[in-house]
Design a binder for this molecule. Structure first.
Ligand SMILES: [Zn+2]
Length: 178
């Protein structure tokens, strides 16, 4: 059996961002509890955070996992407000990318409902039914995000997978909101 562990490999490549448990790396805070298909988007996320961090600032992932088919990344930092804004934006980009990236293979995907389990999959890896976009047709990549300004400041943005960018949009109608 191969012993390759892409999660540990990711943490080692971005040492400044993780506190690795030497005895049981998979128990480290921030050890990615998600499929290998998201390795690339996590790599991009880590690279963006490393660029944002200045001398003397600290950062640590608290949790990285898949929840309801979407990336969840919790973090803690001792950094300037400006740095935290950049980190928050980098996390939003990664979350947005996870919603349209197959968690198994990394190709373009979308949310499927697999008997109640939400999973982001390409058509080859999908099981179950396509989940209709929350905000309706034409709003597939629109989602609500939080800005990091020390208080709740929500905004809506649409994600473009080609350019890996978020563009703020007006709030869609709430018909499909929970
Ligand atoms: Zn796939």
């Amino acid at each position: 059996m191969a012993t390759e562990d892409w999660g540990l490999d990711l943490m080692r490549r971005h040492r400044r961002l993780f506190r690795i448990n030497a005895d049981e790396p998979f128990r480290s805070a921030g050890y990615p509890l998600c499929g290998r298909g998201w390795r690339d988007l996590l790599d991009r996320l880590c690279a963006r955070i490393e660029v944002a961090l200045r001398e003397g600032e600290t950062f640590e992932f608290v949790q990285i996992k898949q929840k309801m088919g979407i990336l969840r990344a919790l973090w803690d930092a001792e950094a300037s407000e400006d740095t935290e804004d950049k980190v928050g934006h980098a996390v939003n980009l990664a979350v947005a990318r996870s919603i349209c990236t197959c968690e198994v293979c990394g190709r373009e995907g979308r949310l499927f409902n697999n008997r109640g389990w939400l999973e982001t999959r390409c058509t080859d890896d999908a099981v179950g039914e396509i989940l209709p976009p929350r905000y309706g047709a034409g709003f597939e990549n629109v989602r609500r995000f939080r800005r990091w300004r020390g208080h709740a400041d929500m905004y809506f943005a649409t994600y473009d997978r080609e350019t890996d960018t978020l563009t703020e949009v007006p709030p869609p109608s709430r018909k499909q909101d929970r």
